[in-house]
Design a protein around this ligand. Structure first.
Ligand SMILES: Cc1ncc(CO)c(N)n1
Ligand SMILES: Cc1ncsc1CCO
Length: 215
């Protein structure tokens, strides 16, 4: 079995809890309170900036030059998405300039940056993988079950259900599988642990936004 298959199986219960979250359901129905979405977007803009820094660091540390290029491109795209948030959703939803990271965002970005900096590079790759994979799965789930008429959150949904994002996700998974094959048994265990921790932090990020959890 590929590393990615067993890693995805390991987060099965976490993924199911994410799918059942009020935030996700209300986003899909278009009924999510705009205040909660505003809080989410503000935090996500901050998240994307630091996520991009973690991706660039993983790119710099990658053993294969092809992987370095892929991660540098992921980093660029994450900043491009962050800029698009500012140019479109921020205007549509009257969101004010970037805020400091609140607890869920703070925890997640520092987990990603310290893992990317200090752990084996394949562990860093596994730590950022849920950001790709869970968003793709949730994006597809929302897209296929959404309230299609007048959903104010349509643009967000389209970003993550789109084919362009899907391609990046397949590439990130394939890179992790290759890295998992090249490392040791202990390396694979550490990769899975990082993948699980990041998946929990994905849950917590949406939970924090729904509750507008602040310091
Ligand atoms: C918290 C979070 N995780 C993943 C993504 C997808 O890049 C995102 N935008 N925000
Ligand atoms: C995972 C991810 N999220 C936003 S941009 C990006 C990289 C895709 O190229």
């Amino acid at each position: 079995m590929k590393w990615s298959e067993q890693a995805w199986a390991a987060i099965g219960p976490i993924y199911q809890s994410i799918k059942g979250m009020a935030f996700i359901n209300e986003l899909k129905e278009g009924t999510l309170a705009v205040e909660k979405f505003r809080f989410y977007m503000q935090q996500d803009a901050c998240y994307l900036e630091h996520f991009a820094r973690a991706l660039a660091l993983i790119g710099a540390r990658a053993t294969q030059v092809g992987d370095a290029l892929s991660f540098i491109r992921f980093a660029e795209n994450a900043i491009v998405v962050e800029n698009a948030l500012h140019e479109s959703y921020f205007i549509d939803f009257n969101v004010t300039a970037a805020q400091l990271p609140e607890p869920a965002c703070h925890h997640y970005i520092h987990f990603l940056k310290s893992t990317a900096a200090l752990d084996a590079v394949e562990v860093g790759m596994a730590a950022v993988l849920p950001c790709f994979w869970i968003y793709k799965q949730i994006g597809d789930h929302i897209y296929s079950t959404q309230q299609k008429e007048n959903n104010p959150y349509k643009k967000w949904i389209d970003t993550y259900a789109g084919e362009e994002f899907g391609e990046a996700v397949r590439l990130a998974i394939a890179i992790c599988d290759e890295a998992a094959e090249a490392t040791t048994e202990n390396g694979r265990t550490m990769m899975t642990e990082a993948f699980i921790a990041a998946s929990r932090l994905e849950f917590d990020f949406w939970d924090g936004a729904y509750k507008e959890r602040r310091w």
